[in-house]
Design a protein around this ligand. Structure first.
Ligand code: GDP
Ligand code: IMO
Ligand code: MG
Length: 429
């Protein structure tokens, strides 16, 4: 029986992680975010109600679950304030259920200003970031000049470090003509950051260790997706954190043996928001159908998501990078009306067949997908909960994906609601 499950994305994000974190936390005591920040947009649908979470772990809708923000997360106090207010308005108790690591680097207004200004200045070379300041905040972290939650315990010292940080970024900010940042106003704001954040600060590695010793179940919630990983993804068109399974350990303070099951969430097709290579991207009617039926608009920025066929080469690589135990194949229902379906089984690069993803964006951008075509099922899988009732062509499609990727689909998702799933294996069972 697995006591700890890690949920993460196997593509370029938005695979449906939020739905499954929400669903699986019915069986857990704690949910832990360990990387990224409020660039994430995790959608939870319960009945008629839709909740989009960016920063607070997706276990918050379950009363008995504590929501932990680990040291690997870059934290915006403004985003946290907004999210707490949104949840309170819905009558969800939050304040006694959040735990934050004092080692989380803070995302300050200067980080989002820099992110947006840099993107604008990059023109055609822009990455298409969410503009939330994620990249600049991680840059400050690894450069060892970041302000962290823990620094708020001593505001005088905090303000000294803040001055140094503003000093460092001054030249850059004025280069981009950003003049909206007022250091004195930021110093004032530090007090409100302290009031907001310090009551939540706790010893995250200690809590997780105690939970483990007590036999309580823990769920780790990945953000973004494996192909956006800063090392293994389509660099430089990636986010600024490690999104792979290993990051759950360094980003929360547990050892590798604390993760017993890795659930890789993967769409039955592919989407991507922002710039960067996407070999199976569609520009035809099939792509349009996937976008429309799948409501493929970003949960954070509202941007239209690019849509394409399932890329088995990319997903195979993602599975091995994460040591996936089982996959959860989402949005099968979105493909219900398609007459035929292509699957990318290899790439062609410079006249040679490739069966693995090349490193980085440049070579991948030149890869031409090699497709295998399967007939669609053109009947309803929407809301189906019984594997034996799926149309034969849908079963054949799922089985072919498993074969090509080399990992089993333990769950198939057939709709956005909590109940719309086929469970072959329960990760916590
Ligand atoms: P995340 O970032 O991985 O949590 O995914 P997002 O929330 O950004 O995007 C996934 C979208 O697909 C959300 O709107 C979900 O409600 C929806 N969704 C998840 N699973 C399914 C499914 O099996 N079928 C359909 N039709 N929608 C789904
Ligand atoms: P969830 O958790 C999809 C993408 C951005 C951009 C790149 C870098 O909802 O799956 P950043 O702001 O992180 O510096 O942007 O990463 N991106 C996501 N795409 N889902 C996400 O999160 C994403 N978070 C970042 O669109 O291409
Ligand atoms: Mg999302």
């Amino acid at each position: 029986m697995a006591k700890s499950v890690l949920v993460l994305g196997l593509q370029w994000g938005d695979e449906g992680k939020g739905k499954f974190v929400d669903l699986l936390t019915e069986q857990a005591s704690a949910v832990v975010r360990f990387q990224g920040g409020h660039n994430a947009g995790h959608t939870l649908i319960v009945g008629e109600e839709k909740t989009v979470l960016h920063l607070i772990p997706s276990g918050i809708l379950r009363d008995n679950v504590i929501c932990v923000i680990g040291n690997g997360v870059v934290l915006s106090a403004e985003a946290l304030t907004d999210e707490i207010a949104m949840l309170k308005e819905r009558g969800i108790s939050v304040t006694d259920r959040i735990r934050i690591s004092g080692a989380c680097p803070l995302i300050l207004p200067l980080h989002s200003a820099l992110d947006q200004a840099r993107e604008k200045a990059a023109g055609a070379n822009a990455i298409g970031t969410t503009g939330r300041g994620i990249g600049p905040a991680y840059q400050d972290k690894v450069a060892r000049r970041a302000l962290r939650v823990q620094d708020l315990y001593n505001l005088d010292r905090f303000n000294e470090k803040l001055e140094a940080l503003y000093g460092f970024h001054e030249a850059n900010l004025s280069r981009y003509n950003v003049d909206t940042l007022d250091l004195d106003a930021m110093k004032e704001r530090a007090k409100s950051y302290a009031d907001l954040l310090l009551p939540f600060v706790d010893d995250v590695p200690g809590i997780l260790d105690t939970y483990r010793r007590d036999g309580k179940r823990i769920l780790f919630e990945g953000a973004q997706g494996t192909l956006l990983d800063v090392d293994h993804g389509t660099y430089p068109y990636v986010t600024s954190s490690n999104t792979v399974a290993g990051s759950a350990c360094s980003g929360s303070g547990v050892g590798p043996n604390a993760i017993e099951y890795v659930l890789g969430i993967v769409k039955a097709y592919t989407t991507r928001v922002g710039e960067g290579p996407f070999p199976t991207e569609l520009f035809d009617e099939s792509g349009q159908i996937l976008g429309e039926r799948g409501h493929e608009f970003g949960a954070t920025t509202g941007r239209e998501r690019r849509c394409g066929w399932f890329d088995a080469v990319a997903v195979r690589r993602a599975c091995l990078l994460n040591g996936v135990t089982g996959m959860c194949l989402t949005k099968l229902d979105v493909m219900d009306t398609l007459e035929s379906i292509d699957i990318c089984v290899a790439y062609e690069l410079d006249g040679k067949r490739l069966d693995h993803m090349p490193i980085g964006a440049d070579d991948l951008a030149r890869c031409v997908p090699v497709y295998e075509t399967m007939p669609g099922w053109q009947s309803k899988t929407e809301g189906e909960t019984d594997w034996n009732k799926l149309p034969p062509n849908a079963v054949a499609y799922v089985q072919r994906l498993e074969e090509l990727v080399g990992y089993p689909a333990h769950i198939v998702s057939t709709g956005p609601e909590r109940s719309e799933n086929i469970f072959k294996v329960n990760p916590f069972a």
